[in-house]
Design a protein. Sequence first.
Length: 349
Amino acid sequence: MTDPRFSRDSLLSFAHSLFLSAGLEKDKASAVATYLVEADLMGHSTHGLALAGWYLQSIADGVMTKVGSYETISDRGPSVCWNGNRLPGAWLTSEAVKLAADRAGEFGTATVVIGNSHHIGALAAYLSIATDKGLLVSIASSSPSGAQVAPFGGTKGVYTPDPVAHGIPTLADPILIDISASITTVNMAQRLIREGRQYEADWLMDVEGNPSRDPKVLEAGGTLLPTGGIDHGQKGYGMALIAEAITQGLAGYGRADAPKGTNAAVTVQVWDPEAFGGKDAFLRQTGWLVDTCHANPPRPGVKKVRLPGEAAMSRKRIAVETGVVLYASIMDSLLPHAERLGVDVPKPL
C-alpha cells in the first residue's frame, strides 16, 4: 500500500483554516500555514505540520498571541529590534526576513532581532525569501524557555539546540544550510519515544553524564549532546553560545528573565552582494564552490557529493508535482483539532 499524498494547495488551505478558526488573524494564519507546509515540502517532517497540533494548543492555552503586532524597541535603519509579544514565530520571522531584505537593498546589510517570539519552526523554510532576490541570508534562533543541552563537560541542560540557517545564492539553486548546536532535536526525540525507537548512535547523555541512544533519558533529566558529541562537543558548545548571544543577548530578553511558556529569540541578517564585491563576483565565487564540491571524488558508499539543500529542493519539486507524503502520524494528530474547530480534512490525491 502506498502512502497517501496530498496536494500542496490542499494542505495550505487546511492549515490556514485551522489557524484562522483557532483565532489567528488572517496574515498570521497564512504565514504559519505557509512555512509549516514549506518545511514538509522540503522533507523536514518534525518541523512542518507535525508542529501544528502543538501550536493550536498554544493558541487555546493563551501561550501564543493571536492578534496584534510587534513592538519596535529600536530602529537605526540597518539594525532593528522587536519585542515579538509572543506572536506566531512564522509570521514574525518571515516579516523580519522581508524587512531585512528591503533594508539590505538600501544599506547593503541589515539585521533584525526579535525577542519574545513564539516557536518559529524550520529555519530553512524562510531562506528563499531572501535567496530568491539574490541576497545572502542567515537566521539564528534560541528558546530561552527551554534547556535541553548541557554545556560541554557538564550534565545539566542550560540551552536549547540553537539552530542557525544560511541561504547562499548561486547561479542555480541556492545552498541551504540548516544546522544546530546539538546533534539531534527535542522534536525528533519525542517522535522516537512515541514510536518506541532509539537513536542509531549515542546522541544523548543521561543524567549521570553517560552517552546514550535512548530518547527516554530526556524524561529522566538527561540532555541532548552538543554537536561533536562526547569527543568534540566543544564545537557545538561554542555554536550555542554565539547563537544565544546574537539572539537573546541582542534582543535584551532571554534566560536571565526566566520566561514562562514557549518562547523564542530570533536574529535575521541579510547581505546584498552588490554592496560589497558585486553580485557577479559573488556568484562567480559561489559557482566555483558548487562546481568544485560536485566534482569531488565521492568516498566509498557515496554516489555523489551534494551541497546542503539539494535534497530538500529535490523533495520539494517532487512534492509540488506529485503531492506531499506526510509523516504517518501527522494527519491523525490533527484530526481532533479539525473536528473541534469545524475544519474539513483534505482528501488524498
